[in-house]
Design a protein around this ligand. Structure first.
Ligand SMILES: [Zn+2]
Length: 442
C-alpha cells in the first residue's frame, strides 16, 4: 500500500544488495535496474523494483521522473579533515613537514566559533555537491570546531561521525592540551552529541606521535565508558612517521601495538592509511575486526606510498575509501576511485568498477559499522543517495555512449567523472543539493 506521503522516483539504479567478503562475491551482490522505481516514506526506503512491476499500482500518483539519470547510494567518505578544506593543495612537503608548515597554523584558527561555523557550512556543501552523504570527520583540538560541525550536520539531518582531535605533545603550544583537559572536553562532547539524531562521536587522537602514554590511557578510559563510540586515527602512513613512533614508544612492538596496547583496536576503530604495515599488524587488524580507510589521492599527493588493497581482502580486513582532504586533493569520490585504480595498477591489482563502487557505498557503510542503516536500497535503509548524470561533457557523452554495459559505464564515470556528474544529492529522503540550483535546496 502506498500513502500520500510516499515519494516514488523513476530512474536507473545501481547498488549492492549484500556485503561481500571477497571480490568474487561482488557481482552476485550487485543490482542494476535500467528502468526502476525507488519508493520512500519518512526518510526511509520502502523498496526498489522494476518500473514494469509497479507502473499499474503507481498510476495516477506523482512520480519523480529522473529517466536518463543513474541513482546510486550516497557516497561514504571514511576519512576526512574538515578544517583542512582551506589548505588543500599545499606544495612541496611530505607528512611530518606538511603538518608543521601547513596544517597546524590552519587548525589554530578553529578556536574561533564563527570561523568554525563558516567552514563547517562550506565543508558540508562540498561533501553534498560531490554526492557524499556520510563521512567520518576530524575536527581540530578545539571543542568548538566539533560543535560547529555537528550543528551544521544536524540541520541537514546528515549521518555523520566526528570528533575533536586529542593531542598533548609534538605540536605547537596553542594546539596541545593536558590529558585531563582532553578527557573532560571529549566526554562533554560525547554526552551532548553521540547518538543524537543521525550523529555519532569518534574518539580522535590525532596519531601516536602527538599522544603521550597518559593521553592514550585517557582515550582508553573514554572507550570503556562509552563503548559504542568510534575510534578514528592515523596509522603507518609514512616511513619517517613509522620510525618516529618506534623512537617514541620503544616498549611497544610496533606502530599498531601502541593503539592495541590501549585497547583502541576493534569493530568501530578506523585507521587511516595503513600503507607500511608488517605481517603482525595485518593480523592484528583482522583479529580485532578493525577497519582501514584507504586514501589514494592523499597517499599519492604526500608521496606516502601505495596501499595494498589486494592484501586487505586476503587478510579479511574491512576497507573504506577516504578522500583525506586536505592531504587528499579532491572531495570527489568518483575522482578518488579513479586514483585508487591507478594505485592498484602500480601493484598489478585490477580494481574493478564493481569493487570501487562497493567500497564507496555499502562497503564503506560496513567499514563504519553502519551497514544496518545506510549503503544500499534495501527496505528500511535511510534514504541517502546520489543522482548521477552519466555524461556532462562532450568527451563523457562520446565515451558513455559507446560503453557496452553498466560495468563499463561505471568505470568510465570513475575515470572521467567529477562533481559535474552529481545532479542531485538526497539525504534522509529529501533533496538537499541540486546542481541546477547551485546551492543547497534544504
Ligand atoms: Zn588524515
Amino acid at each position: 500500500m502506498s500513502s500520500a506521503t510516499d515519494t516514488a522516483i523513476r530512474a536507473s539504479f545501481f547498488d549492492f544488495k549484500s556485503v561481500a567478503d571477497q571480490p568474487d562475491a561482488l557481482l552476485s551482490a550487485a543490482r542494476y535496474l535500467e528502468d526502476g522505481v525507488l519508493r520512500l516514506r519518512d526518510g526511509r526506503v520502502i523498496g526498489l523494483a522494476p518500473w514494469e512491476e509497479c507502473s499499474a499500482e503507481l498510476a495516477g500518483q506523482p512520480v519523480v521522473d529522473l529517466r536518463g539519470k543513474l541513482i546510486v547510494p550516497g557516497f561514504i567518505d571514511t576519512h576526512i579533515h574538515y578544517p583542512q578544506t582551506e589548505m588543500i593543495g599545499a606544495f612541496g612537503e611530505q607528512l611530518l613537514e606538511w603538518l608543521n608548515h601547513y596544517t597546524f597554523p590552519v587548525e589554530a584558527q578553529y578556536y574561533c566559533p564563527d570561523h568554525a561555523a563558516r567552514m563547517s557550512a562550506f565543508f558540508l556543501h562540498q561533501l553534498l555537491s560531490n554526492g557524499t552523504t556520510s563521512a567520518l570527520v576530524f575536527g581540530t583540538v578545539h571543542p568548538q570546531s566539533v560543535e560547529a560541525l555537528f550543528s551544521a550536520a544536524e540541520a541537514l539531518n546528515m549521518r555523520l561521525i566526528a570528533g575533536k582531535v586529542m593531542m598533548d605533545r609534538n605540536a605547537p603550544d596553542n594546539l596541545i592540551e593536558t590529558p585531563e583537559q582532553s578527557y573532560q572536553q571529549t566526554r562533554a562532547l560525547i554526552e551532548r552529541w553521540h547518538q543524537r539524531g543521525r550523529l555519532s562521536y569518534a574518539l580522535t587522537p590525532r596519531f601516536a606521535p602527538t599522544s603521550s602514554p597518559q593521553l592514550l590511557a585517557k582515550v582508553q578510559q573514554l572507550r570503556q565508558e562509552f563503548p559504542d563510540t568510534w575510534l578514528h586515527t592515523h596509522l603507518s602512513e609514512n616511513p619517517q612517521e613509522v620510525a618516529w613512533v618506534k623512537q617514541l614508544f620503544p616498549e611497544r612492538a610496533g606502530y599498531l601495538d601502541v593503539y592495541h596496547h590501549y585497547q583502541l583496536t576493534g569493530r568501530r576503530s578506523v585507521f587511516a592509511h595503513c600503507v607500511h604495515l608488517d605481517d603482525s599488524e595485518w593480523q592484528c587488524l583482522h583479529d580485532t575486526d578493525s577497519t582501514i580507510a584507504f586514501c589514494p589521492t592523499s597517499n599519492l599527493f604526500l608521496g606516502s606510498g601505495l596501499f595494498n588493497l589486494k592484501r586487505s581482502w586476503q587478510q579479511g580486513v574491512k576497507v573504506g575509501i577516504g578522500t583525506d582532504v586536505g592531504a587528499g586533493t579532491t572531495f570527489s569520490m568518483l575522482q578518488t576511485l579513479g586514483e585508487a585504480y591507478k594505485v592498484g595498477q602500480l601493484q598489478q591489482y585490477k580494481l574493478s568498477a564493481a569493487e570501487a563502487f562497493y567500497h564507496a557505498t555499502l562497503g564503506g557503510a560496513r567499514a563504519l559499522d553502519l551497514d544496518h542503516a545506510i549503503g544500499n536500497f534495501n527496505p528500511g535503509k535511510e534514504a541517502d543517495f546520489v543522482v548521477l548524470d552519466p555524461a556532462v561533457s562532450a568527451l563523457q557523452t562520446l565515451r558513455i555512449g559507446n560503453s557496452k554495459d553498466i560495468w563499463e559505464k561505471l568505470f568510465v564515470l570513475m575515470t572521467l567523472g567529477d562533481d559535474r556528474n552529481i545532479a542531485q544529492t538526497w539525504v534522509n529522503g529529501r533533496p538537499v543539493w541540486q546542481r541546477d540550483a547551485g546551492e543547497q535546496a534544504a
